[in-house]
Design a protein around this ligand. Structure first.
Ligand code: HEM
Length: 489
């Protein structure tokens, strides 16, 4: 009985994959093997394998990942078509089995379809978190968190200790987020709690980024063959638990607060009371905050770690950045956000880092909600769409010597990463573009500027930094960067 059922399933899949061949105008792509399609061609580094394949099949390429039609976009022009010209049709998200844990896909801003609820949440981000007024108001909090980072690095410097730079950047961005949301620091540079929460967020990111057979063959979702959804339930549950505890406590003690706190949670409580527009419940708020922590901390950490890695591998670029800081700010003063517009080399090195190491190499995968024609090609309804920002940033026809770290390439042009210049799209573009960009921009400049201005840096053991990356939801360094800070003043 079981055997005949298995045979029936295999025969139906084979028949399905044979008869449902792509239409004549479907974009070109490599041969699609029965059942598995092109899964094996993804390899360990899908961003690089798909960039290589697109050299043969073109910037709009079709693949089949198991039973899922997939379109890979690998040039600025095709990215413009998808993210700008046909933005609306391409604004859905592919939902992985892992993202369904705790109903996250039904609540998360990053995953819900574009609709009334999504618009309300984007408005909340735009007006209550990331408007220039709000961000200016939070400058003091960011200054304080970065000062804590400098103090920690100074302590390591005094004892000649190497620092895990990714870890230090993670703690800083996580606390920046928690201070903005709750007015508290959630983690310390050196404690068990740091590891616990860091492991939780990293575990969640790894789980969300692990290729899952159940995503390639959705009929296997109920079986959860790799236990990925189970792991996601575990990590997400742990994070939701910590956040829920804080929210409940604040709500209960609210009436007794002598002074109203100036943070996002206070704003949300006020909106819940005063406005019919924001009909949040506590579950919504917990998920909203998960979006912020997950969206903001790992991506910022990865960018800071990569920037420092590239600067250590290219000492003359490090000197250029330090000289600029010294001449604009002066030796003994601290970097402030108000200095950033006068630090073009610092801005250029951040752009160069995001070009070479976009933290989210395929953006957050999109899905088309209807059949669309782009250029000469038909993209079938429900196809998932990877915009390969890594391939675009590494394309030698756009960027001469693409593998070299050269911030100078951004000094004499107006290329920005704000979604208008499709050769540089680490934050995506169009209506689903990253809403955290204005905060990320300030955090990156302040953290990197302060680390460069306050310290000289030496690799532990005097070795050259390793520049191998490791694919996941966020593109991390395969080997963490361990460096010794030496006090400048
Ligand atoms: C270096 C830092 C960051 C990078 C590179 C980055 C990158 C991205 C990318 C590529 C997307 C998908 C865009 C698209 O589909 O076109 C995205 C979406 C998103 N990001 Fe970021 N991000 C960063 C920081 C942040 C921060 C600081 C926050 C919040 C505090 C944040 C919150 C989000 C959210 C909520 C979405 C989903 C938006 C939606 O689907 O409507 N990100 N981000």
């Amino acid at each position: 009985m079981a055997l005949s059922l298995l045979i029936a399933i295999i025969v139906s899949i084979l028949a399905w994959s044979h008869f449902c061949r792509p239409s004549r105008n479907f974009p070109p792509g490599p041969y699609q093997f029965p059942i598995i399609g092109n899964i094996l061609q993804l390899g360990r580094n899908p961003h690089k394998s798909l960039a290589d394949l697109s050299k043969t099949y073109g910037p709009v390429m079709s693949l089949k990942l198991g039973s899922i039609n997939t379109v890979v976009i690998s040039s600025p022009d095709s990215a413009r078509l998808v993210l700008q010209e046909h933005d609306q049709a391409f604004s859905g998200r592919t939902i992985s089995a892992a993202a369904e844990a705790h109903g996250f896909d039904k609540i998360s801003l990053a995953l819900i379809p574009v609709g009334e609820r999504w618009r309300k949440l984007r408005k909340l981000y735009r007006e209550q978190m990331f408007s220039a007024r709000r961000l200016d108001g939070g400058a003091g909090v960011r200054r304080e968190k970065v000062q804590r980072l400098i103090d920690y690095l100074r302590k390591c410097s005094e004892s000649g200790r190497a620092v895990d730079l990714g870890q230090a950047a993670f703690v800083t961005s996580f606390n920046l987020m928690s201070a903005t949301i709750f007015s508290v620091d959630l983690i310390e540079f050196e404690s068990g709690t740091t590891q616990h929460l860091k492991e939780t967020v990293e575990g969640l990111m790894t789980t969300l980024g692990t290729p899952n057979v159940a995503d390639f063959f959705p009929f296997l979702k109920w079986l959860d063959p790799q236990r990925i959804k189970k792991r996601s339930e575990f990590y997400l549950g742990r994070l939701l638990g910590v956040l829920g505890g804080i929210i409940d406590e604040r709500f209960e003690s609210r009436s007794m607060e002598l002074e109203r706190k100036n943070d996002l949670l206070a704003v949300i409580f006020d909106l819940m009371e005063e406005s019919d527009e924001y009909d949040f419940n506590f579950k919504d708020i917990r998920h909203l905050f998960v979006d912020l922590f997950v969206g903001g901390s790992d991506t910022t950490q990865s960018t800071v770690e990569w920037a420092m890695t590239e600067l250590l591998a290219n000492p003359e670029k490090m000197s250029n950045a330090k000289n600029e800081l010294k001449s604009v700010i002066g030796e003994k003063k601290q970097v402030e956000e108000s200095h950033i517009s006068r630090l073009p080399y610092l801005q250029a090195l951040i752009k160069e880092t995001l070009r070479l190491h976009p933290p989210v190499p395929f953006l957050v995968p999109r899905q088309v909600d209807r059949e669309v024609k782009i250029g000469d090609y038909i993209i079938p309804q429900h196809s998932q769409v990877f915009v390969n920002a890594w391939a675009i940033g590494s394309d030698s026809s756009i960027w001469p010597n693409p593998t070299s770290f050269k911030p100078e390439r951004f000094l004499n042009n107006n290329i920005e990463f704000k979604g208008q210049d499709f050769e540089l799209i680490p934050f995506g573009s169009g209506r689903r573009m990253c809403p955290g960009l204005p905060l990320a921009d300030r955090m990156l400049s302040l953290m990197l500027g302060s680390m460069l201005h306050n310290f000289e840096w030496e690799m532990e053991g005097g070795v050259r930094p390793d520049t191998t990356d490791e694919f996941g939801m966020v593109l991390h360094k395969a080997v963490p960067l361990k460096v010794i800070p030496l006090c400048c003043f």
